[in-house]
Design a protein around this ligand. Sequence first.
Ligand SMILES: [Zn+2]
Length: 459
Amino acid sequence: MKLRSFLNSRAEKSPYWNPYAETLPREQLEDLHLRKLRALMEYAHHASPFYRRKFQQAQVRPEDIKTLEDFKKRVPLTDKSEFISLQQENPPYGETGALPLEYVAFHSETSGTTGVPLGVPFTSYDMERYGESWIYGYWALGIRPQDTFYFAFNWGLFGGFWSAYWGARRLGVRVVSGGGQNSEGHLRLIQRLKPTVLLATPTYALRLAETARGLGIDPGTLGIRYTYHAGEPGPCSIETMRKQLENSWKAVAGELYGIQEIDAMAPGCPTGTGVHMNELNTFSWSCHPETGQEVAEGEIGENIVTSYVNSAQPLLNYRTHDLVQRHLHCECGRTWHFLKGVVLGRSDFMVAIRGVNVYQTAVENVLGKIAGLSSHYELVITRDRGLDEMTVRAEPVRDVVVSDYGKLASGVEQSIREALGVRLGVELVAPGSLPRYELKTKRIIDKRPKEVRRILDRG
Ligand SMILES: [Zn+2]
């Protein structure tokens, strides 16, 4: 009995949820990755017609992968758009599904490049491991089984906070699910039930604090000791966001970087300056978004992720389009890859315009099909009364006479509306007047306040 309480108190004080895995030396981690990747390739080859065809086209077989370099170089990259089109051909999962439907225990959805959702199937086992991914961040922040979670979240098809809940259950905390009521309703529940942890998107946590002040309640007195966030750049991404959250709630703020179809894959580091990729659940590396070549440690590149927790729809060398800066060391002692500043931008920039997710590549594809336009364009994002707006600035080719610009501009506007289901402003400028960009990400001119935009100009 004495030994048990000693061990328990030691575990309680440990900064790591899984001390062995989180501090495993790099060499051993890589050895583990190689074995898991080969097994995953065997599985994907056997179970998924999509991967069988991909591997055939790339002339690679599971047994060809002898090193991690082989995996990065020879296994083709995959993209959300491929999954979406196969699912559309044959719903719900088409050729991307690797298991019969009766194995699927949970379905969630994410919106796609043209508003078409990507379906994400989970088995019970996937849900367990995916949920556990959240605990690494909870634990590192100081959250323990004695805490009570409040979910200020409207439960629906979005899998993010469902998985946060699976993690909370696994950790053994008390859970209060606020559901889809208004901010005042949430605050009254928080007052009455005294949760110690608030789970919400960072902007909603700030809005809730604002509403509290409006009601004459100081949010800092409500007993919330931790706030935890995902879904948008949060306290590990933006320092001012951390200060606002922590000062409002008198709490420690944490962040998780997850992608619904992959995993709750990167819990926040307790230093508050970035996140660690969960290397039990994922294998990841960074590439130059245009050449596909691996970039060196510390250089900004696109995060390419393979998931070990999606057995119903495997993801190998999956393009996240997130630009990250990867480091092999972190002062917190974790050996898992550290992404400083979380996501620094998008190789495929996305912004929600009146509820429609508009991706840079989708706009570019439309522009590329319009006769009379050159390949030079910029996307200008502004924010007016809390709503984002996007204007396309494009250069016609020199043959187009200026008197025809008006007609061409309305044609561009109509093509965008038909293809993407949203109306964007269109402005045509004289040939040769736009800067010549080397990197696609530089074509986004984000004029929104710093707190709401993803940081694009560090690349
Ligand atoms: Zn760290």
